[in-house]
Design a protein around this ligand. Structure first.
Ligand code: OOG
Ligand code: MG
Length: 251
């Protein structure tokens, strides 16, 4: 039998010690259901330390990410308040940070199933996600990355826009610059053809998991491009057409 608590402790300790570990599946099989149990146990440990869940992140909603990471299923992870970045991020506590552009939704009313998803959108913003796999060199199988809370480490969002003012977000250009150099470009259409589909997928996972999306929560729809290594002492800007920019400076 899989020892959920022990696997969660292994992952939580890797974060604390800032040290990469071998994939959990090296030691034995792990199915997706147990992997989500481990993920929830990891987040429960964070909650016991006073952290609060403030949203969810979708993973592998674009082909660019599926190809980069070698997996082919949409997953999610949970975001806590300590992951939200204002404008500066110290990378000292991270193992091997990467950054990727994201589209973010602000939830305005409870989402218990897919029927609630579209009407619950209170805002849309450009965002970024900082990933930090606890597995050496980001090498993992699907259950490994699910257990590791979908590599979640930190994220930031720009200012919220009313989706009705935008004329749609199904195909908007995304640009990521590091130190003023163009690093990644893409379109929101890379996210399941339309980021709204990712929000609906989040609603489906919410129903399955019995974890409704709450008003005030953020949903990261998933990266439209591959992630890139995030250096120290760097300035990163992610811009989306019609949504403005979000910036972060690393230390
Ligand atoms: C897993 C997280 C994937 C996304 O936006 O697709 C993800 C990883 O790439 O390590 O956040
Ligand atoms: Mg992401």
């Amino acid at each position: 039998m899989t020892d959920i608590q022990q696997l969660a402790t292994t992952l939580d300790d890797a974060v604390r010690d800032v040290r990469a570990i071998a994939p959990l599946t090296d030691a034995g099989p792990l199915d997706v259901a147990d992997a989500y149990r481990v993920q929830r146990a990891v987040v429960a440990r964070r909650k016991a330390r006073g952290e609060r869940i403030i949203g969810v992140k979708m993973g592998f909603t674009s082909r660019a990410k599926m190809v980069q990471m070698g997996v082919d299923d949409v997953i999610w992870g949970l975001l806590t308040d300590t992951m939200l970045v204002e404008s500066r991020l110290d990378l000292g506590g991270l193992i091997q940070p990467r950054i990727e552009p994201e589209i973010a939704f602000l939830i305005g009313s409870p989402v218990r199933s897919v029927a609630d998803a579209d009407a619950a959108v209170a805002g849309v913003a450009v965002g970024y996600e900082v990933l930090d796999s606890r597995y050496r060199d980001f090498a993992f199988t699907l259950p490994d990355v699910i257990a590791d809370n979908a590599s979640a480490a930190a994220f930031g969002v720009g200012s919220w826009h009313d989706p009705h003012d935008l004329g749609g977000i199904a195909n908007i250009g995304l640009v990521m610059e590091i130190e003023g150099r163009l690093t990644q470009t893409g379109s929101s259409a890379a996210i399941l053809g339309d980021p709204m589909r990712s929000l609906r997928a989040a609603a489906r996972l919410a129903e399955q998991a019995g974890i409704p999306l709450e008003p005030g929560w953020v949903v990261l729809a998933g990266a439209a491009t591959a992630a890139v290594p995030l250096p120290r002492n760097a300035h990163v800007r992610v811009t989306a057409a019609g949504l403005g920019s979000v910036e972060v400076t690393t230390a």
